[in-house]
Each structure stands twice: as structure tokens, then as C-alpha cells.
Design a protein around this ligand. Structure first.
Ligand SMILES: NC(=O)c1ccc[n+]([C@@H]2O[C@H](COP(=O)([O-])OP(=O)(O)OC[C@H]3O[C@@H](n4cnc5c(N)ncnc54)[C@H](O)[C@@H]3O)[C@@H](O)[C@H]2O)c1
Length: 257
């Protein structure tokens, strides 16, 4: 998809942008002319990503842990300071691990909810004054796990279901000034999916391909395909779109064949 120069005056913060979907999204915004603040948990991971992006002063650092309110405030402040304001926030930082209910203890619940839900909420809250000023918008990363239930995934499903409805509620509260949408990807070929769904590097590609057979499109998705949807939702072309949960899942939630 070509968004060339559509975002040339836009200032974007992407959380969890050191790899995976966040990284592909940051790259897509940079290609489309935006200036982008790169978040990751540590200064070193952000510095490494910035060096790899080779975007000069169009990419700035916004390191910080989204799982704490203090971390959210600090990283959003760094982004706004580095970019001189904010038009778009993409909440992509997240964690995922499959566990049975019996194996899910308080620490696991807290880590998942704090990163996925609290991070999304408090990064958005910290960004609000700047987004209101810019008539900006927010795109959250939910999941098909926010639309359906999966066994051994209760905590993650709870966190992504929360993001879907948080998106709707934020959209109601912030309209017409700030639009808020989320995307709901199925399995996307990133470290997150590979770490969880494959064993051993040798057959990892085959295992990911096998995972894709459950989808009508017969494959898993790519980070770039999610980035395309995020750019659309945050663009002027989506000016009448708010409060939606946009599935990117090869037909998975449409039905069965
Ligand atoms: N990959 C998939 O199959 C898939 C499917 C649906 C939804 N998602 C969602 O998309 C988002 C991105 O997933 P991904 O596949 O790119 O994952 P990933 O593990 O490849 O990347 C996650 C990024 O988030 C960062 N991060 C994690 N915890 C953080 C914290 N506390 N503070 C700051 N940064 C933190 C990581 O450093 C990394 O940069 C997540 O919210 C995930 O739940 C992924």
C-alpha cells in the first residue's frame, strides 16, 4: 500500500517499536514522510532500533516501560519533546504467553494486564493533551483474541477484549476531537508468535505455515499488513472512522469453510 507523503507533517509515537508489528509500523510511517518516536522498554533496544532505521532526526527515542504509569508518562513526554507535539499514538507494546488457568498466577496476570491494558490506557491518557491540540488519533493493538475465546489463553484474551472495549469507550469520550480505533490481527509472523508457536529454528518456518492453515487465506499475516491497516486508520482517509475493531485475520472471524 502506498501512503507516500500522506503523513509528511505528522508526528507519531509507536510503543513497542523496536521489533515486530511496532517496528514495521514505524518503518511504514517513516516511508510515508512522518516523524516517529520509537519506544521500547530499554534505552539500549531503542538506540539499536534507531541506528537500524537510519532515519536521522526524523526518528527520536522514547524509551520506557509501558507497564507502569510513571513509564507511560515519561516515554510520552520524551516523544512529545522530541517531536514537538503529537498527532498519532500507536499502542503496540504488548506481551503474550499461553498458560492454563491453573498455571496462571498473580504475577502472570499482572504482567499481562499491566503491559497490554494499563500501558494502552495510560500512554493514551498521557498523550491526550497533545492529541487534543492536534485533533489527532489513537490506534490500539487488540487481537482476534479480543474477539474470540481461546483455551489456555484466558489472561491474554481478557487483556485484548479489554482493549477492544476500551477503544470503543475512549472513542465515545474523545469524539469528535480525537479518533480512537483498534486492529485485531490473527497470528502475525513476529518474534512474539514464533516464540510461542514454534519449537526449534530448523522447522520454525514450516510450523508457522502450518498455523496459517486454520485461516481461509491459508497463511499467517505479516507485520507490514498490520502496519498498512494502522496507517489507514490513522490517516485523513479514515476521518469518519472511530471506535472500530478492524480484523486483519485472513477471513478467520468471518465464518468457516
Ligand atoms: N504477533 C501476533 O501474532 C499478534 C497477533 C495479534 C495481536 N498482536 C499484538 O500486537 C502487538 C505487537 O506484537 P508483536 O508481535 O510485534 O510482538 P513482539 O514481541 O515482536 O514485539 C513487542 C514489542 O513490544 C515491546 N514491549 C513489550 N513489553 C513492553 C513494555 N512493558 N514496555 C515497552 N515496550 C514493551 C517489546 O520490546 C517489543 O518491541 C502486541 O500488542 C500483540 O499483543 C500480535
Amino acid at each position: 500500500m502506498e501512503f507516500s507523503n500522506q503523513f509528511s507533517d505528522k508526528r507519531v509515537l509507536v510503543t513497542g517499536a523496536t521489533r515486530g508489528i511496532g517496528r514495521a509500523t514505524a518503518e511504514a510511517y517513516l516511508r510515508a514522510g512522518a516523524r516517529v518516536a520509537i519506544n521500547g522498554r530499554s534505552e539500549s533496544s531503542v538506540s539499536r532500533a534507531l541506528a537500524e532505521l537510519e532515519a536521522g532526526d526524523r526518528a527520536v527515542a522514547a524509551a520506557g516501560d509501558v507497564a507502569t504509569i510513571g513509564g507511560c508518562s515519561a516515554l510520552v513526554k520524551a516523544a512529545i519533546g522530541g517531536l514537538g507535539g503529537l498527532d498519532i499514538l500507536v499502542n503496540s507494546a504488548g506481551i503474550f504467553s499461553q498458560r492454563s488457568m491453573e498455571d496462571s498466577d498473580e504475577a502472570f496476570w499482572d504482567a499481562t494486564m499491566n503491559t497490554n491494558v494499563k500501558g494502552t490506557y495510560f500512554c493514551s491518557r498521557a498523550a491526550l493533551p497533545a492529541l487534543r491540540k492536534a485533533n489527532g488519533n489513537i490506534v490500539n493493538l487488540a487481537s482476534t483474541a479480543g474477539l474470540r475465546g481461546y483455551a489456555n489463553t484466558t489472561t491474554y484474551c481478557a487483556s485484548k477484549g479489554a482493549i477492544v472495549n476500551l477503544t470503543r469507550a475512549m472513542a465515545m469520550e474523545l469524539a469528535p476531537n480525537v479518533r480512537v480505533n483498534c486492529v485485531c490481527p490473527a497470528i502475525i509472523d513476529t518474534d512474539m508468535a514464533r516464540n510461542e508457536y514454534t519449537t526449534g529454528e530448523a522447522e520454525a518456518d514450516a510450523q508457522m505455515a502450518a498455523r496459517g492453515e486454520q485461516y481461509p487465506m491459508q497463511r499467517v499475516g505479516t507485520p507490514e499488513e498490520v502496519a498498512n491497516a494502522i496507517l489507514y486508520l490513522s490517516s485523513g482517509d479514515a476521518g469518519f472512522v472511530t471506535g472500530i475493531a478492524f480484523p486483519i485475520e485472513g477471513g478467520y472471524t468471518a465464518g468457516s469453510r
